[in-house]
Ligand binder design. Structure first.
Ligand SMILES: [Zn+2]
Ligand SMILES: [Zn+2]
Length: 139
């Protein structure tokens, strides 16, 4: 492709930017740039999301809980999530997974006042919502 103004070859540094003539500075603004690829469901630093209650207790249906993504160099993924208690907004701590098998898509959290919730993941790692964790008596 050549420049309509001076005939020099246009150069394009990035596929996401319009081609540019380095000789005269003409820029091909109408260049059909590739459509943005669909955002993947990766966790992004600084993003908060509201999780819906997805259990069966009617009074809880309207309660959402906040999950905030924050950079955490200690984690393999580079980011971790900060979970706020749906009852009192306190930061919740992850409860280590039990060996009960079915917990593959669940992650349990509790706050300092012993509110316990479970965050449900779908198979692609996206958070689906939260549920109450039944009282578990650690032996
Ligand atoms: Zn030019
Ligand atoms: Zn709480």
């Amino acid at each position: 492709m050549s420049c309509p103004r001076c005939g020099s070859r246009l150069s394009q540094n990035y596929i996401t930017e319009p081609p540019l003539c380095v000789t005269c500075g003409w820029e091909y603004y109408d260049y059909p740039l590739p459509k943005h690829t669909r955002q993947r469901n990766t966790l992004m630093d600084g993003v908060s999301s509201l999780l819906r209650y997805i259990g069966f207790a009617k009074p809880l249906m309207d309660i959402t809980m906040t999950v905030h993504v924050k950079r955490d160099p200690l984690l393999q993924a580079g980011v971790g999530i900060v979970v706020s208690c749906p009852y009192d907004g306190k930061e919740m701590k992850a409860i280590p997974k039990s060996n009960r098998g079915r917990a593959r898509y669940e992650r349990a959290y509790r706050c300092g006042r012993e509110h316990r919730v479970i965050l449900m993941n779908s198979s692609n790692g996206e958070l689906r919502g939260w549920m109450l964790q039944e009282k578990v008596y650690d032996s």
